[in-house]
Design a protein around this ligand. Structure first.
Ligand code: GUN
Length: 292
């Protein structure tokens, strides 16, 4: 069977093309969308993500500013910065890159960002709205996966979607998007996690398998049903002395062998990762439009 490789690039480009029109319309109203990005410390992956977010804003004509704080930053200082950005009308979106250093209470920070500026969709108010099927800022990675499935015309309604991972950023919002009674969703959902016994019995039932576990190549061919669609959210740095950087990027799925069984599969890199930033841009434009 010929496997369809689900590249993120054309999907992200379609999202960005739609945004260009909305940004022009905002411009005519004298509004330039703005995004504040906060990076605390030196997490190498976070530094890469934050740079890509700024670059993507620049390409679309969205104002962006990155606020860099040292690793030892105290809670009070970060709280104060979030308050300042909440009050700054240049920024329609405020994003604090996760993970945060261990002395910082992540929950306190997420709660402090104004729900109307929460372009990550992590605030409890926005998560609640998502669960209730109300309009809100959708977390970027799950929203990007919905966009990808729609672009490649992969049927979702009535299908069994199995999600591996229960994080607040991906697994939980993904499950909640998938079972909604709405266009592009309406699936039956199973969530597997570190407490799941005999995970294979569930993953083998998936019409669509979405893996966001952060464990390199944990999904092997025997765990996947013939003809399934596999969405790999994993971005793992695996030591590789043969590479200049000393590592390679691996997904949570053993791509080469799993690919042989699937109807469609996302690559890493070049798959879901590209969608996350495109959806962040979309949320930022929405925040500017919603701004009164
Ligand atoms: N860390 C990993 N993914 C994300 C994300 O989507 N948003 C933020 N703020 N931090 C992250």
């Amino acid at each position: 069977m010929e496997t369809l490789i689900l590249y993120g690039k054309p999907v992200a480009e379609r999202v960005r093309d739609r945004l260009k029109q909305r940004i022009r319309e905002l411009e005519q109203r004298g509004i330039r969308p703005g995004l504040a990005v906060v990076l605390v410390g030196e997490n190498p992956a976070s530094k890469v993500y934050v740079r890509s977010k700024a670059r993507s804003c620049g390409e679309l004509g969205i104002l962006s500013e990155t606020f860099r704080l040292p690793e030892h930053t105290e809670q009070k200082a970060l709280n104060a910065l979030v308050e300042k950005l909440n009050a700054d009308s240049r920024f329609h979106g405020v994003l604090v890159q996760l993970p945060l250093p261990q002395q910082i209470d992540e929950k306190q920070i997420i709660h402090r960002i104004l729900p109307l500026k929460d372009v990550d969709g992590f605030h409890p108010v926005n998560i609640g709205r998502l669960v209730l099927g109300e309009e809100t800022y959708l977390p970027c990675t799950p929203a990007g996966i919905m966009e990808m499935l729609s672009y490649y015309r992969i049927p979702v309604s009535g299908k069994h979607v199995v999600i591996v991972g229960r994080s607040n950023i991906v697994g939980k919002p993904m499950a909640n998007l998938m079972y909604q009674k709405s266009e592009g969703a309406n699936a039956t959902v199973t969530i597997c996690h570190t407490g799941t016994d005999n995970m294979k019995q569930y993953t083998r039932q998936a019409d669509i398998l979405i893996v966001a576990a952060g464990v390199p190549e944990m999904i092997t061919a025997e765990m996947v049903k013939e003809g399934a669609t596999v969405i790999d959210v994993g971005v793992n740095r695996v030591p590789d002395p043969g590479r200049k950087k000393g590592y390679r990027l691996a997904g949570d799925v053993a791509f080469d062998t799993v690919k042989e069984k699937t109807a469609a599969i996302t690559p890493v890199p070049g798959g879901v990762g590209l969608m996350t930033i495109a959806m962040l841009m979309q949320n930022t434009v929405k925040a500017a439009e919603d701004h009164v």
